[in-house]
Every structure is written in structure tokens, then in C-alpha cells.
Design a protein. Sequence first.
Length: 370
Amino acid sequence: MTYSSICPGKTWLDTAGNRIQAHGGSIHYEEGVFYWYGENKEKTTPGSGNWHWGVRAYSSTDLYNWDDRGLIIPPVLDDPSSPLHPAQKMDRPHILFNEATGKYVYWVKVMGEGSHGTQRSSVLTADSLLGPYEIVRAGLEPLGMSAGDFDLVVDPVTRKAYYYFEKVHTDLICAELTDDYTDVTGEFSSHFPHPGPPFTREAPAHFERGGVHYLITSGSTGYFPNFSEVASAPTFHGPWTVLGDPHPDDLSRTSFRSQVSCVFKHPHKKDLYIALADRWLPQLPDNMPNVYDVVASMTQTGGVPDAPPTSENSGSPDSGGAEAGDGRAAMAAGLGENTAIADYVWLPIRFADKHPVIDWHDEWRVEDYD
């Protein structure tokens, strides 16, 4: 099948006819080719025990039709302690190219076996975007912190790199990276403090436009969709001003039932920024309760667990009453979550008085933008 447009929320196949598996990832542009990489969830089916099956990459020249370039980082199956073992719950891959060293530097979040433990980072490097990659740092707790969802960004002028990560269930951290991009320097700033899920901001996606820095983040509700929040700042370190939900026309307050993973500026368009998002649970019913609102209500009455709902903890106790009943029903919908069938929601960003706005389009084309 050949595509000539982007249809958000529809199943997207590669040029071989297989479902694209590049979740929680990003796009890298190099020498006329777009590379889309992310978590390979093809084996993440209910009861499999597989959080991922490596990192897969695709290439394209038009952003519509994608050739499968294979597993650029395959899963390690013979060492259960490896950060790349499927049970160690690796996700959120991000790759930077370091002009000084000539290396591609790959960072990943590793949650570890079980649930709700310390989340750590691992760093790999390669001479080619497509690998092979070698682990140079594992079990990293940056700045002594448990590090969750993150984004990496390089200043186009100074080439200094920044690492935005969720200090798990508390703040969002902006940490500066070393010159080789494989560690943190110790310089950092802290932003958006919250008492815990679902209020904690995670999944940061940074972009810059006209000298203004933006961050799109989501609340913490596991794979359940919630509303996005966008903030702006004059520098990488802030101070950040919250501008509100960039999806103002989504009455469900679920970011069109998706979670933004990154924002990509098209290199050949004057002002085309694309928000890449995952619809992790497309099987959820349209009329199910908004999990963020349910968990927030339960938190206020003292009955919510200290972690977002997933298939692992959705049976946790709650506060009783009607709200608790809604909570049980909403969380039960996530039991047996099957992210092997997760879809993508790619949408262009428009700017209303410097405020990023993400409108819904059933179908859109890159060619329609200057």
C-alpha cells in the first residue's frame, strides 16, 4: 500500500505491509532521509511478559511511506539483568548525533523488573544511526534521581545538549549533558512540582520556535490518555509559563486519546511543526471515563495508589462510593493492555499568538504547508 497523506489514529503499515512499530520515539533527519525510530511493541501482547522487543527504525523521503530498517537495538534475551532484556521495561528511546565525536548517542529509560522501582537510564553509542550500538553506561541515576520519561535536545548554536526528564512522580528536571552527550554535568534546574500521579508531568517534548522554548507534557496515568499541557520559556532552563492544553477542541480532555512523544520541525518547511503521539490503547471504548479525572478525584479523597493505573496495579484499593466505582471500571478497561496494536496520532501544530494549538485532522498532507 502506498500513502499520500497522514491519517491520525488509523493503522499505519510499512512498505512491506506490516504494522509500524516505532512507539515513544522520534524522527531524525539526515541527508535527505527521515528516520523514524521507537519501541518495537510487536510482541507486547497480554501475558507475554515482553515490555518491548528492541528498538526498530524506518526510513522515508516523504513522511508517508516507511521502509523497515530492522532492529537497530535488538533485545538481549540471554541476560535477564541486561537493560535491553524485554522484562527490564526499556522505553522512550532518543538519539542525538554528536558532531564533535562523530557518534550517535542513544539514551533510554529502564524501569526494571516488577513495578514502581527506581527508574534508571542507559546510554549507548554507535558510528551509524542504524547501529550497531554498544552500551557505555547502564544503571545511571542522573543527579541521584529516579529518571522517568524524557526528551533530549541540542542547542543548534552552541551544540550543548539538554536532558529533560521526569523525576519520578515529583518534578520535571532540565539537566545539562557532558560534551560527549553520555552523562550529566551536574548543572540542572527543576520545574512543575506536583504531589504525585496523576498530576505529575511526564513525557516531555521540547521544541523551539522564534527564540521561544516550548514543552508539551502529559499527566501520569500509565497508558491511559489524558490532557496535554504546554508551557513556554525564554531559555532551556525556564522560567516556564504554563499556557494550558494545546488540544482545546478535544472535549474528552485526552489529547485525542493519545500521548505526545516528540515534536518534529520539518527541515524544508517554513513553519511546520509536527506533534508525534502514540494512541497506546486504541481498544478503549469512546465513552469510558477520563482516567485522569477519576484518579485525581480519588486522590483528593485519599483513596488512590501512589502510581498511575496499569494492568499491574489496576486492582489497587480505592475510596469507595460512586467515584471509586468509576475508577474500578476505568482501570479494569486497561487489564490485558495490548500495545502491539497501538496506533499513531501525528498532527501539525498551528500557533495562535505564539500559543501552540493542535487541531484534529482526519487527513492532512505535508504539501499543504509552505
